[in-house]
Design a protein around this ligand. Structure first.
Ligand code: UTP
Length: 295
Protein backbone atom coordinates (compact mmCIF):
# COMPACT_ATOMS: atom_id res chain seq x y z
CA UNK A 1 0.00 0.00 0.00
CA UNK A 2 1.37 3.42 -0.99
CA UNK A 3 2.22 5.63 2.00
CA UNK A 4 0.24 8.88 2.35
CA UNK A 5 2.79 11.69 1.88
CA UNK A 6 0.63 14.58 0.70
CA UNK A 7 -2.26 16.59 2.11
CA UNK A 8 -4.65 19.23 0.87
CA UNK A 9 -6.11 21.84 3.20
CA UNK A 10 -9.07 23.61 1.57
CA UNK A 11 -9.15 27.10 3.06
CA UNK A 12 -10.80 29.17 0.35
CA UNK A 13 -14.32 29.46 1.76
CA UNK A 14 -15.99 32.77 2.50
CA UNK A 15 -16.46 32.13 6.21
CA UNK A 16 -19.82 33.89 6.27
CA UNK A 17 -20.80 32.35 9.62
CA UNK A 18 -18.03 34.22 11.40
CA UNK A 19 -18.46 37.60 9.74
CA UNK A 20 -17.46 40.33 10.36
CA UNK A 21 -14.34 38.74 11.95
CA UNK A 22 -13.58 36.96 8.68
CA UNK A 23 -14.07 40.01 6.46
CA UNK A 24 -10.38 40.76 6.06
CA UNK A 25 -8.84 38.02 8.25
CA UNK A 26 -9.42 34.53 6.82
CA UNK A 27 -11.33 32.40 9.34
CA UNK A 28 -8.50 29.86 9.09
CA UNK A 29 -6.23 32.57 10.57
CA UNK A 30 -8.44 33.23 13.61
CA UNK A 31 -6.36 32.32 16.61
CA UNK A 32 -6.69 29.66 19.26
CA UNK A 33 -4.78 31.19 22.19
CA UNK A 34 -1.47 31.91 20.44
CA UNK A 35 -1.57 30.19 17.06
CA UNK A 36 -3.91 30.56 14.09
CA UNK A 37 -6.28 27.64 13.51
CA UNK A 38 -4.54 26.63 10.30
CA UNK A 39 -1.24 26.11 12.12
CA UNK A 40 -2.80 23.44 14.36
CA UNK A 41 -4.05 21.74 11.19
CA UNK A 42 -0.70 21.90 9.40
CA UNK A 43 1.00 20.56 12.55
CA UNK A 44 -1.46 17.66 12.69
CA UNK A 45 -0.65 16.70 9.09
CA UNK A 46 3.09 16.93 9.74
CA UNK A 47 2.75 14.84 12.92
CA UNK A 48 1.10 12.16 10.78
CA UNK A 49 4.21 11.98 8.58
CA UNK A 50 2.88 14.14 5.73
CA UNK A 51 5.73 15.93 3.96
CA UNK A 52 3.97 18.07 1.36
CA UNK A 53 0.91 20.19 2.07
CA UNK A 54 -1.13 22.20 -0.41
CA UNK A 55 -3.32 24.96 1.01
CA UNK A 56 -6.18 26.06 -1.24
CA UNK A 57 -6.58 29.80 -0.78
CA UNK A 58 -8.56 32.61 -2.26
CA UNK A 59 -8.24 36.31 -2.98
CA UNK A 60 -7.46 38.19 0.21
CA UNK A 61 -6.01 35.19 2.01
CA UNK A 62 -2.32 35.90 1.30
CA UNK A 63 -1.73 36.34 5.00
CA UNK A 64 -1.69 32.54 5.31
CA UNK A 65 1.34 32.45 3.00
CA UNK A 66 3.09 35.06 5.14
CA UNK A 67 2.42 33.06 8.29
CA UNK A 68 4.27 29.99 7.01
CA UNK A 69 7.15 32.02 5.53
CA UNK A 70 10.19 33.50 7.27
CA UNK A 71 9.81 36.97 8.72
CA UNK A 72 13.39 38.18 8.46
CA UNK A 73 12.94 41.55 10.12
CA UNK A 74 11.05 40.09 13.08
CA UNK A 75 13.51 37.22 13.46
CA UNK A 76 16.48 39.65 13.39
CA UNK A 77 14.86 41.76 16.11
CA UNK A 78 14.18 38.75 18.34
CA UNK A 79 17.67 37.34 17.75
CA UNK A 80 19.14 40.45 19.33
CA UNK A 81 17.26 39.85 22.59
CA UNK A 82 18.18 36.74 24.65
CA UNK A 83 15.01 37.00 26.77
CA UNK A 84 12.97 36.42 23.57
CA UNK A 85 14.70 33.15 22.62
CA UNK A 86 11.53 31.04 23.03
CA UNK A 87 9.49 33.47 20.92
CA UNK A 88 12.17 33.35 18.23
CA UNK A 89 12.00 29.56 18.25
CA UNK A 90 8.19 29.65 17.92
CA UNK A 91 8.31 32.18 15.09
CA UNK A 92 10.96 30.24 13.17
CA UNK A 93 9.06 26.97 13.69
CA UNK A 94 6.14 28.29 11.58
CA UNK A 95 8.24 28.16 8.43
CA UNK A 96 9.69 24.71 9.12
CA UNK A 97 6.67 22.51 9.76
CA UNK A 98 6.47 20.96 6.29
CA UNK A 99 6.82 21.86 2.61
CA UNK A 100 3.82 24.11 2.12
CA UNK A 101 2.42 25.07 -1.27
CA UNK A 102 -0.46 27.36 -2.18
CA UNK A 103 -2.92 27.53 -5.03
CA UNK A 104 -5.93 29.78 -5.47
CA UNK A 105 -9.44 28.56 -6.03
CA UNK A 106 -10.50 31.29 -8.42
CA UNK A 107 -14.23 30.92 -7.83
CA UNK A 108 -15.81 29.84 -4.53
CA UNK A 109 -17.70 26.85 -5.88
CA UNK A 110 -17.59 24.57 -2.86
CA UNK A 111 -15.39 21.97 -1.26
CA UNK A 112 -15.40 19.47 -4.16
CA UNK A 113 -14.37 22.20 -6.59
CA UNK A 114 -11.69 23.38 -4.14
CA UNK A 115 -10.19 19.88 -3.94
CA UNK A 116 -9.95 19.71 -7.71
CA UNK A 117 -7.48 22.63 -7.56
CA UNK A 118 -5.06 20.12 -5.98
CA UNK A 119 -5.23 17.57 -8.80
CA UNK A 120 -1.77 18.14 -10.30
CA UNK A 121 -0.18 18.52 -6.83
CA UNK A 122 -1.48 15.10 -5.80
CA UNK A 123 -0.68 13.21 -9.02
CA UNK A 124 -1.29 9.51 -8.66
CA UNK A 125 -0.97 9.07 -4.89
CA UNK A 126 -3.37 8.69 -1.98
CA UNK A 127 -3.67 11.93 -0.03
CA UNK A 128 -5.16 13.36 3.13
CA UNK A 129 -7.71 16.17 3.27
CA UNK A 130 -7.91 18.38 6.36
CA UNK A 131 -10.69 20.98 6.24
CA UNK A 132 -9.20 24.37 7.04
CA UNK A 133 -11.72 25.29 9.70
CA UNK A 134 -11.81 22.01 11.63
CA UNK A 135 -9.22 21.82 14.39
CA UNK A 136 -9.00 18.42 16.06
CA UNK A 137 -7.04 17.99 19.27
CA UNK A 138 -5.80 14.45 19.95
CA UNK A 139 -2.70 12.67 21.22
CA UNK A 140 -2.68 10.39 18.17
CA UNK A 141 -3.16 12.77 15.19
CA UNK A 142 -6.49 12.02 13.52
CA UNK A 143 -4.83 12.15 10.10
CA UNK A 144 -2.49 9.35 11.25
CA UNK A 145 -5.49 7.31 12.46
CA UNK A 146 -7.11 7.65 9.02
CA UNK A 147 -3.86 6.85 7.19
CA UNK A 148 -3.57 3.60 9.13
CA UNK A 149 -7.17 2.73 8.20
CA UNK A 150 -6.37 3.46 4.54
CA UNK A 151 -3.26 1.30 4.71
CA UNK A 152 -5.24 -1.55 6.28
CA UNK A 153 -8.22 -1.59 3.89
CA UNK A 154 -6.81 0.09 0.76
CA UNK A 155 -9.91 2.27 0.28
CA UNK A 156 -10.73 5.95 0.69
CA UNK A 157 -11.63 6.79 4.29
CA UNK A 158 -13.81 9.54 5.74
CA UNK A 159 -13.24 10.56 9.37
CA UNK A 160 -16.48 10.48 11.36
CA UNK A 161 -17.85 10.97 14.86
CA UNK A 162 -21.40 10.77 16.16
CA UNK A 163 -23.06 14.17 16.57
CA UNK A 164 -26.08 15.00 18.76
CA UNK A 165 -29.38 14.10 17.07
CA UNK A 166 -30.65 17.68 17.09
CA UNK A 167 -27.54 18.80 15.16
CA UNK A 168 -27.29 16.08 12.50
CA UNK A 169 -29.43 18.20 10.10
CA UNK A 170 -26.50 20.64 9.89
CA UNK A 171 -24.06 17.90 8.85
CA UNK A 172 -24.44 14.75 6.77
CA UNK A 173 -25.60 11.30 7.85
CA UNK A 174 -23.82 8.05 6.97
CA UNK A 175 -25.17 4.59 6.32
CA UNK A 176 -22.55 2.32 7.92
CA UNK A 177 -21.91 -1.39 8.41
CA UNK A 178 -19.62 -2.52 11.25
CA UNK A 179 -16.58 -4.66 10.54
CA UNK A 180 -16.07 -7.60 12.86
CA UNK A 181 -12.94 -7.24 14.96
CA UNK A 182 -12.47 -3.55 14.18
CA UNK A 183 -13.88 -1.14 16.74
CA UNK A 184 -13.50 2.05 14.74
CA UNK A 185 -13.50 1.25 11.02
CA UNK A 186 -16.81 0.70 9.23
CA UNK A 187 -17.98 0.23 5.68
CA UNK A 188 -19.91 3.27 4.47
CA UNK A 189 -22.62 2.55 1.91
CA UNK A 190 -24.50 5.84 1.62
CA UNK A 191 -24.34 9.50 2.68
CA UNK A 192 -27.09 12.13 2.75
CA UNK A 193 -26.08 15.78 3.08
CA UNK A 194 -28.07 17.88 5.59
CA UNK A 195 -30.69 15.15 6.21
CA UNK A 196 -34.37 15.77 6.99
CA UNK A 197 -35.60 13.90 10.12
CA UNK A 198 -36.90 10.92 8.10
CA UNK A 199 -33.63 10.65 6.16
CA UNK A 200 -31.29 10.11 9.12
CA UNK A 201 -29.24 6.94 8.51
CA UNK A 202 -27.09 7.20 11.64
CA UNK A 203 -25.68 9.96 13.82
CA UNK A 204 -22.26 9.53 12.20
CA UNK A 205 -21.20 12.64 10.27
CA UNK A 206 -18.00 13.49 8.40
CA UNK A 207 -16.00 15.92 10.51
CA UNK A 208 -13.16 17.50 8.64
CA UNK A 209 -10.72 14.71 7.78
CA UNK A 210 -10.45 12.25 4.87
CA UNK A 211 -7.83 10.11 3.19
CA UNK A 212 -8.67 9.70 -0.48
CA UNK A 213 -7.41 7.82 -3.52
CA UNK A 214 -6.57 10.02 -6.52
CA UNK A 215 -9.44 8.67 -8.68
CA UNK A 216 -11.62 11.13 -6.73
CA UNK A 217 -10.51 13.86 -9.15
CA UNK A 218 -12.11 12.15 -12.18
CA UNK A 219 -15.29 11.74 -10.13
CA UNK A 220 -15.30 15.45 -9.20
CA UNK A 221 -14.69 16.49 -12.82
CA UNK A 222 -17.54 14.27 -14.00
CA UNK A 223 -19.78 15.55 -11.17
CA UNK A 224 -19.08 19.18 -12.05
CA UNK A 225 -19.93 18.48 -15.71
CA UNK A 226 -23.21 16.74 -14.94
CA UNK A 227 -24.38 18.64 -11.82
CA UNK A 228 -27.97 19.62 -12.59
CA UNK A 229 -28.96 20.44 -9.00
CA UNK A 230 -29.67 23.96 -7.82
CA UNK A 231 -26.72 23.82 -5.41
CA UNK A 232 -22.94 23.41 -5.64
CA UNK A 233 -21.57 19.93 -6.25
CA UNK A 234 -21.42 18.32 -2.80
CA UNK A 235 -18.35 16.22 -2.01
CA UNK A 236 -20.66 14.07 0.11
CA UNK A 237 -22.70 13.13 -2.99
CA UNK A 238 -19.52 11.85 -4.62
CA UNK A 239 -18.63 9.97 -1.43
CA UNK A 240 -22.14 8.50 -1.38
CA UNK A 241 -21.70 7.09 -4.91
CA UNK A 242 -18.36 5.61 -3.83
CA UNK A 243 -20.07 4.06 -0.81
CA UNK A 244 -22.74 2.44 -2.99
CA UNK A 245 -19.94 0.81 -5.01
CA UNK A 246 -18.16 -0.49 -1.89
CA UNK A 247 -15.27 1.94 -2.32
CA UNK A 248 -15.54 3.89 0.95
CA UNK A 249 -14.67 3.35 4.61
CA UNK A 250 -15.71 5.46 7.60
CA UNK A 251 -13.42 5.73 10.61
CA UNK A 252 -14.74 6.78 14.03
CA UNK A 253 -11.70 8.82 15.04
CA UNK A 254 -10.46 9.52 18.53
CA UNK A 255 -10.10 13.28 18.99
CA UNK A 256 -11.86 16.44 20.08
CA UNK A 257 -13.01 18.50 17.13
CA UNK A 258 -13.58 22.24 17.20
CA UNK A 259 -15.51 23.94 14.41
CA UNK A 260 -13.67 27.19 13.77
CA UNK A 261 -16.32 28.07 11.19
CA UNK A 262 -18.80 29.20 13.83
CA UNK A 263 -18.59 31.58 16.77
CA UNK A 264 -19.37 29.09 19.55
CA UNK A 265 -16.82 26.63 18.14
CA UNK A 266 -14.14 29.33 18.20
CA UNK A 267 -14.88 30.13 21.87
CA UNK A 268 -14.86 26.43 22.87
CA UNK A 269 -11.53 25.88 21.13
CA UNK A 270 -9.96 28.87 22.84
CA UNK A 271 -11.33 27.90 26.22
CA UNK A 272 -10.17 24.27 26.15
CA UNK A 273 -6.77 24.94 24.61
CA UNK A 274 -6.20 27.78 27.10
CA UNK A 275 -6.95 25.46 30.03
CA UNK A 276 -4.19 23.09 28.84
CA UNK A 277 -1.72 25.81 27.92
CA UNK A 278 1.59 25.63 29.85
CA UNK A 279 1.89 29.42 30.09
CA UNK A 280 -1.66 30.55 30.88
CA UNK A 281 -3.50 27.33 31.86
CA UNK A 282 -3.42 27.83 35.64
CA UNK A 283 -4.28 31.53 35.50
CA UNK A 284 -7.13 30.91 33.07
CA UNK A 285 -8.55 28.12 35.25
CA UNK A 286 -8.59 30.45 38.27
CA UNK A 287 -10.27 33.14 36.21
CA UNK A 288 -12.96 30.72 34.96
CA UNK A 289 -13.67 29.43 38.49
CA UNK A 290 -14.29 32.97 39.66
CA UNK A 291 -16.35 33.80 36.62
CA UNK A 292 -18.75 30.85 36.92
CA UNK A 293 -19.55 31.89 40.48
CA UNK A 294 -21.19 35.00 39.03
CA UNK A 295 -23.63 33.03 36.80
P1 UTP B 1 -17.38 25.49 4.80
O1 UTP B 1 -18.59 25.31 3.99
O2 UTP B 1 -17.44 25.22 6.25
O3 UTP B 1 -16.73 26.93 4.62
O4 UTP B 1 -16.22 24.62 4.11
P2 UTP B 1 -17.36 28.31 4.21
O5 UTP B 1 -18.00 28.26 2.88
O6 UTP B 1 -16.24 29.26 4.39
O7 UTP B 1 -18.44 28.53 5.38
P3 UTP B 1 -19.62 29.58 5.54
O8 UTP B 1 -20.87 28.77 5.42
O9 UTP B 1 -19.48 30.66 4.48
O10 UTP B 1 -19.46 30.15 6.92
C1 UTP B 1 -15.30 23.75 4.78
C2 UTP B 1 -13.88 24.06 4.35
O11 UTP B 1 -13.77 24.11 2.94
C3 UTP B 1 -13.21 25.34 2.50
C4 UTP B 1 -13.46 26.32 3.64
O12 UTP B 1 -12.43 27.32 3.67
C5 UTP B 1 -13.42 25.43 4.87
O13 UTP B 1 -12.11 25.32 5.39
N1 UTP B 1 -13.87 25.76 1.24
C6 UTP B 1 -15.22 25.90 1.16
C7 UTP B 1 -13.08 26.02 0.14
O14 UTP B 1 -11.83 25.89 0.19
N2 UTP B 1 -13.69 26.44 -1.02
C8 UTP B 1 -15.03 26.59 -1.12
O15 UTP B 1 -15.52 26.96 -2.21
C9 UTP B 1 -15.82 26.32 0.01
Amino acid sequence: MQKVRKAIIPAAGLGTRVLPASKSVPKEMLNIVDKPAIQYIVEEAAAAGIEDILIITNRGKGVMEDHFDHSFELEAQLEGNPSKAKLLEDVKACSNIANIYFVRQKETKGLAHALLCGKSFVGNEPFAVLYGDDVIVSKDPVTAQLCRCYEKYGKSVVGVNEVPEELIKLYCTLGVEPIEGDERAMKCNKIIEKPKPDEILSLYAILGRNVLTPDIFDKIEEGLKTNDTDHELYLTDIFSDMGAKGELMAYDFDGKRFDMGNKLGIMKANCEVALDHPEIGDGFKEYLKELVKTF
